[in-house]
Design a protein around this ligand. Structure first.
Ligand code: NAG
Ligand code: NAG
Ligand code: NAG
Ligand code: NAG
Ligand code: NAG
Ligand code: NAG
Ligand code: NAG
Ligand code: NAG
Ligand code: NAG
Length: 659
């Protein structure tokens, strides 16, 4: 079956896959294992193979030329299309609102379910802005439950526009009832930062294949909708804990976590060990708690699962020139990791209160190689959680065995060394942090359909190698986060790899001017079989392919170079940059098929974009579902000048340096 696959992909016969069968280390059947090996293909082989395609830039037809256009610049996040019918059951406008001076002033509206049949919902969020403005974070709530987290692109004088569409079908149960809709997008407008956000959100309701949405969704949040306020917790100042009483008849339970670092924690992946924060003196104090973060779920004080966050980079991050008009991976849609907590159902179904707490941990050290997980990190992390429940028949009560929990302390390896000049001034700081952890939680649960064993397994590894030189002005980060999550009961597995390389350097020039130059390369590779709370891309992709495949495999890569010049005296800053992105989405077939020799993966969607200096130079999109390939781009930069960005301090762009 491998040979067949490799030939159909055009790989030479005898190509060594270099995939290690033992990598997953989980006691699973050979069939599952061979399946997992199979689905590793796109990451390790296809990615490399397909990226050797000839550069299309030279040959692609130029369909549009924006060079002298005054139309707003179209910003975008590369993401696969979602199912959205041409004749929807109905549509509704959820929000039309301008966010100008909006800190502490969220949009508050009333959501009323439409009078039509639907089991699917998509939202279309369209934003225009012009002037100068920072990137801003936005959270959308239905009452106390966060349903979406996004952030903004940075505007230009002529204006920008973007649309992001998102499948919300996993929240069907919420959309069937009236709620207060609270959309929080804090912004400040003054003489310098003139950009406000004109937003429109519409919802489309329709009927398609069922995505098995949860019956009940309960928030773990600050619960402030009664005061017309958003319900996020800001850690570490707050304690992200709620006591919940669950219905007694849940047969499946999944917890999802929304979490991202802001302020001193926005660039958590570039932070250093506590012992190294003063290496370059008080003026360049580095942020601490290590470059590793773990978002943890505790149920009644017991660790129930973890999320090792994807390093989201917002549109003002490092060098803003990387991110216009193509924003960073997930910047318009900050994804939530899921934890199957079904093994806790025998305890949680007792009709009593149970605590659910989200914590964020880093690592502190004693300066001689020993480290420990912290209960606190810098300020701050914006977090909320949700419990998704699927119910058994009304009169049944779920019971079973207490979960057995195997969650050894993570293994940590820390190293750092400083080299110094003769006068003891630090020349360079070199450090590395590696962490691995696994956990497995098992129980037997009894529902109206009988007993079954359920388990949640996670096995994660992380490494970060960093180097500071030039008085702390230059930094190189090599980070990799990878893991596998398996929920035995749901036939769910997720494998992920998040590589990140960032080089950045800043120079302070005479008169207060400064420059930042950066280079980066990052990715998000995911293989997901089955689904937990959120419908998989199979279900949300633009055609009925969900019956043919068991899961998806995707690879998302961004790389580029960019520069920034800050001129504080003129309250101006200029940038340039070039960023390339390649995204592939495959359907991967099912275990049964593999047994019958029908195994395979098939491309569903592919996109390749190249952007520079506020222009899209190339946009090649292939939707294998519709058989369509579109190529567009403009050869000429949008305007002759260097793009202008919001004026930011070195510290807020990079997470280090003078404020
Ligand atoms: C976790 O994965 C590693 C390889 O990444 C493997 O060596 C190890 O055995 C696994 N641990 C468990 C407990 O499954
Ligand atoms: C854009 O405008 C400049 C100056 O007016 C002109 O020289 C150039 O040909 C124009 N480019 C396009 C593609 O129209
Ligand atoms: C989203 O809404 C905007 C206007 O609000 C509209 O122009 C655009 O076509 C819509 N896009 C999609 C994909 O529905
Ligand atoms: C935003 O809306 C305001 C008020 O309707 C309008 O004056 C302004 O031109 C809009 N800005 C953009 C960038 O669309
Ligand atoms: C750094 O700050 C600390 C406390 O503010 C002070 O004691 C120390 O002397 C300072 N070090 C240098 C090199 O300025
Ligand atoms: C220490 O020496 C380096 C290089 O020799 C020099 O650049 C630096 O200014 C010196 N620092 C102090 C505090 O004398
Ligand atoms: C700062 O940069 C601006 C823009 O390039 C330039 O006009 C100005 O002269 C610079 N200021 C100094 C003090 O070098
Ligand atoms: C991205 O990486 C590829 C492969 O290394 C390279 O060919 C390409 O030039 C890079 N693109 C940019 C914009 O740096
Ligand atoms: C982008 O702008 C910079 C600075 O003006 C320039 O050096 C670079 O060649 C431009 N890149 C492209 C692709 O036009």
């Amino acid at each position: 079956m491998f040979r067949h696959e490799l030939e159909s992909l055009g790989l030479p016969q005898g190509t060594k896959l270099g995939i290690h069968g033992g990598t997953f280390g989980y006691r699973i059947s050979p069939i599952i294992l061979s399946f997992l090996i199979l689905i590793t293909l796109p990451r390790s082989v296809l990615g490399g193979f397909l990226s050797q395609r000839p550069d299309l830039l030279a040959s692609g037809p130029v369909l549009q030329n924006f060079a002298n256009s005054t139309a707003p610049l179209q910003c975008l996040q590369v993401s696969p299309p979602i199912l959205s019918p041409s004749n929807p059951s109905c549509q509704q406008t959820l929000m039309v609102h301008t966010f100008a001076w909006s800190y502490g002033k969220p949009f508050v509206g009333d959501y009323t379910p439409p009078d039509c049949d639907f089991n699917r919902i998509t939202i279309n969020f369209t934003v225009t802005s012009s002037g100068r403005q920072f990137d801003r974070l936005a959270l959308m709530f239905l009452d106390d439950t966060e349903v979406w987290r996004t952030s903004t692109a940075e505007p230009t004088q002529n204006g920008i526009v973007w649309t992001y569409t998102k499948d919300m079908s996993g929240y069907l149960t919420l959309f069937k009832d009236p709620h207060k809709l609270i959309f929080d997008l804090g912004n400040l407008v003054d003489d310098t930062y003139t950009g406000s956000w004109n937003t429109t959100m519409t919802a489309t309701f329709f009927t398609a294949d069922d995505v098995d949405p949860a019956d009940v969704i309960m928030p773990v949040s600050a619960r402030k909708s009664a005061e017309n306020s958003p319900s996020a917790f800001a850690l570490p100042e707050a304690k992200a804990l709620n006591s919940l009483v669950l219905p007694r008849n849940a047969r499946k339970a999944v917890f999802s976590i929304a979490a991202c670092g802001q302020a001193a924690e926005e660039f958590w992946w570039s932070n250093v060990l506590w012992s190294d924060t003063q290496t370059f003196g008080n003026d360049t104090t580095l942020y601490g708690h290590s470059p590793w973060r773990e978002v943890e779920l505790y149920i009644d004080g017991t660790l129930a699962g973890v999320s090792w966050p994807f390093p989201v980079i917002f549109t003002g991050g490092i060098v803003p020139g990387f991110w216009r008009p193509v924003v960073g991976i997930d910047a318009f849609d900050l994804r939530e990791d899921e934890i199957d907590i079904s093994p806790f159902l025998p305890i949680l179904s007792d009709g009593q209160e149970h605590t659910f707490e989200i914590r964020v941990a880093g690592i502190d050290n004693d300066g001689s190689g020993r480290g420990f997980l912290t209960n606190t990190v810098g300020s701050n992390w914006v977090v909320t959680g949700k419990l998704f429940l699927w119910l058994d028949s009304e009169d049944s009560i779920t019971s079973g065995t207490r979960p057995t929990i195997d969650s050894p302390t993570p293994s940590l390896k820390l190293h750092s060394s400083v080299s110094r000049d003769a006068n003891s001034t630090a020349k360079s700081l070199e450090y590395s942090v590696s962490v691995s952890r696994y956990l497995e939680i098992k129980s037997t649960i009894r529902t109206s359909t009988g007993s079954r064993s359920v388990s949640w397994y996670q096995n994660l590894t992380y490494s970060n190698d960093g180097l500071f030189t030039n008085k702390g002005n230059d930094q190189i980060t090599h980070q990799s986060t990878s893991g596998i999550d398996i929920a035995s009961d749901s036939g769910y597995s997720k494998q992920y790899v998040y590589p990140l390389y960032v080089y950045s350097t800043y120079s302070e020039l005479a008169g207060g001017n400064f420059t930042i130059d950066g280079k980066l390369s990052r990715g998000k590779d995911l293989q997901r079989i089955g689904g937990l709370a959120f419908p998989s891309e199979l279900a949300t992709f633009g055609r009925p392919i969900d019956s043919r495949f068991a899961g998806t495999s995707s690879s998302d890569l961004q790389n580029g170079t960019a520069s920034y010049l800050g001129v504080p005296a003129l309250k101006k800053s200029f940038g340039s940059g070039k960023t390339e992105q390649r995204y592939w989405l495959y359907g991967v077939s099912d275990v049964d098929d593999i047994e019958q020799g029908k195994s395979g993966i098939a491309e569903l969607y592919r996109r390749h974009v190249l952007a520079a200096n506020d222009s899209l130079l190339l946009d090649e999109e292939t939707n294998s579902g519709s058989g369509e390939t579109k190529v567009q781009g403009t050869m000429a930069p949008r305007n002759g000048d260097r793009p202008i960005f919001a004026t930011d301090s070195i510290r807020s762009l990079l997470g280090r340096g003078p404020a």
